[in-house]
Design a binder for this molecule. Structure first.
Ligand code: ZN
Length: 466
């Protein structure tokens, strides 16, 4: 370790010291050098150091790297006290226990050997980089007195569950032996409000308002059926958020679920609140009036596919007569998977003259969709299908002049142009019947918090509602 008491800086400062302090320094050069050198070493490693000294100083005082005469005098006066340093670092990518201990100032070879082969210490570094602090208390000899760290959570854990984390605790016994233990710690869930003024990219605005990235991802997903927030927001737009934060001893440990959000963009206000019916753990996002935000109808069975024959009167390509074309033909190579455009129940699945292999699906609200000329069918009559579920593959069966999907849309028994389907079908799933009252009760607090967050005039506001 560099002995700064003989360094240039120290010599310059020493000329200002009184004779008594100077003699104290001469008497205890080793302790002083260890303290200051340790602080310099750690500041260069991106960690910080605190020195604990009893009883002449307050319990904890930061060792400044640029020390002045007064600090030197105090340090000299407590030079005989038992110096302990509290170091903090984080686990880095491809870290080893040995590298971690080195950054924490642990140089005692016995401690490095014992902890290097301890499974719990290894579990601390095998989870990869982490923002969670690893704290250690070491003495001037580089011996470990105490180490505390949160072990990484399993990667497959439910992101919204409130986890029980295991805390790793290393303590040195009176005989110098190190005892390693893990203690279960339960997180507390806090609510955070954030008001985010948009000046450029949404991700930048969220980061500047200290909104965790995972909350931003949820925000984008919630509004995705209505608006692409990554592209559509402009300078002057406003975002307000209410989200959960899992905390431990007042420290933010892990962001949780987005509970409510408001996006004000060019005069249009969009709001979302999260609600789960009793027994439902996943929940969904709704407008404050209780209309579901997740799209329940796709815009087309083959979005982006070329329309080769529109809906309406046409000269039939095979018979050559003027006839009504009751659907839309989408060009698609044989074998293209065909999804149901919405949740429903299969009314018919089989062969019908003209249609070839055809599937007809009934949907809530009196709607029916038809998928014809298929090469294969993957569903049976009476079966329930979800939106996006693959029901068959495109083909060229029945009266057809080439591979395509013939798609029909019926509303209350009437044929409708499938390209105008979106203006007939519900935009979101309404609350289940009988859930309105519990929805309003459960979301009242969130709606108030959202109004509170959105009403802020501050440039950036982050409030704790504990
Ligand atoms: Zn057709």
């Amino acid at each position: 370790m560099v002995d700064l008491s003989r360094g240039k800086l120290a010599v310059l400062r020493l000329t200002q010291l009184s004779a008594s302090v100077y003699s104290a320094l001469r008497a205890h050069p080793r302790r002083l050098a260890a303290g200051v050198g340790g602080a310099l070493l750690l500041s260069s490693a991106g960690a910080y150091a605190l020195v604990e000294a009893q009883p002449q100083l307050p319990p904890r005082a930061t060792v400044a790297t640029e020390f002045d005469a007064q600090v030197l005098a105090q340090t000299a006066a407590i030079a005989d006290a038992d110096l302990r340093y509290t170091h903090s670092t984080t686990v880095r990518r491809q870290d080893t226990v040995q590298q971690l201990l080195r950054r924490l100032g642990v140089t005692d070879p016995e401690a490095v050997r014992q902890l290097g082969s301890d499974a719990r210490m290894r579990a601390l570094v095998t989870g990869g980089a982490s923002s969670q602090p690893v704290r250690a208390v070491v003495n001037a000899q580089g011996e470990l007195l105490q180490l505390d760290a949160m072990l990484p959570l399993p990667s497959d854990i439910d992101p919204y569950a409130v986890p029980v984390w295991r805390e790793l605790q290393v303590r040195s016994a009176a005989d110098g032996a190190l005892n390693v233990a893990t203690v279960e710690r339960r997180m507390e869930v806090r609510t955070r409000l954030a008001s985010v003024p948009v000046r450029g990219a949404l991700s930048t605005a969220l980061a500047q308002s200290s909104v965790p990235a995972s909350v931003g991802t949820q925000l984008i997903k919630v509004f995705a059926p209505q608006i692409d927030l990554r592209r559509s927001l402009r300078r002057g737009d406003q975002v307000a958020l209410v989200y959960q934060m899992h905390t431990l001893d007042g420290r933010d440990m892990r962001p949780g679920r987005l509970l409510a959000a408001e996006v004000r963009s060019r005069g249009v206000v969009r709001q979302a609140v999260w609600f789960a019916s009793p027994g439902d753990t996943t929940g969904a996002y709704y407008t404050p009036a209780g209309m579901g935000l997740e799209k329940t109808w796709a815009s087309s069975p083959l979005p982006g596919a070329k329309v080769t024959s529109p809906f309406g009167m046409r000269t039939h390509p095979v018979r050559g007569t003027r006839e009504m074309h009751e659907g839309v033909d989408f060009a698609a190579p044989i074998g293209t998977p065909v999804p149901s455009v919405a949740e429903g129940r299969v009314k018919f699945a089989g062969v019908q003259s003209g249609y070839g292999n055809v599937i007809k699906i009934n949907h809530a609200g009196g709607f029916e969709t038809v998928y014809a000329h298929l090469s294969s069918i993957a569903v049976k009559p009476g079966q329930t299908v979800s939106e996006g579920q693959i029901i068959g593959k495109t083909g060229n069966s029945g009266t057809s002049t080439g591979p395509h999907l013939h798609f029909e849309f019926h509303a209350a028994g009437r044929l409708i142009d499938p390209l105008r389907m979106a203006s007939y079908v519900p935009q979101g799933k309404p609350l289940p019947p009988g859930e309105k009252a519990s929805f309003y009760a459960a979301t009242a607090v969130m709606r108030n918090q959202l109004a509170q967050a959105a009403g802020s005039d501050d440039a950036v506001r982050l409030a704790r509602v504990d």
